[in-house]
Design a protein around this ligand. Structure first.
Ligand SMILES: [Zn+2]
Length: 89
């Protein structure tokens, strides 16, 4: 299933002027463009039409973008804590 016309908007109170956008040729940042925290494993990366980039840490994703990390249940992981691969149908 594909989303039609997906939209993603920040929560009320989000201050776009705080976002530190990187230039199109800049190395991707490893800190949050909004709060400066380390990005962690799964940052949310946004790109402007002009190719500028911003990345958001897990805390900002939850606070401002309503995104919540899904952690696999222990029973769904192997002995190394890695999620099992889906079985081919
Ligand atoms: Zn942040």
């Amino acid at each position: 299933m594909r989303l039609r016309d997906p939209t993603l908007a920040p929560a009320a109170g989000f201050d776009w002027s705080r976002v530190q956008w990187g230039g199109p040729d800049d190395r991707p940042s490893d800190t949050c463009s909004y709060c400066g925290a380390p990005l962690g494993e799964h940052p949310l990366r946004l790109f402007s039409p002009a190719g500028r980039a911003a990345a958001f840490c897990g805390g900002c994703q939850e606070t401002w973008w309503g995104l919540v990390a899904v952690v696999p249940l222990e029973a769904d992981c192997d002995d190394d804590g890695e999620p099992f691969e889906d079985e081919p149908a």
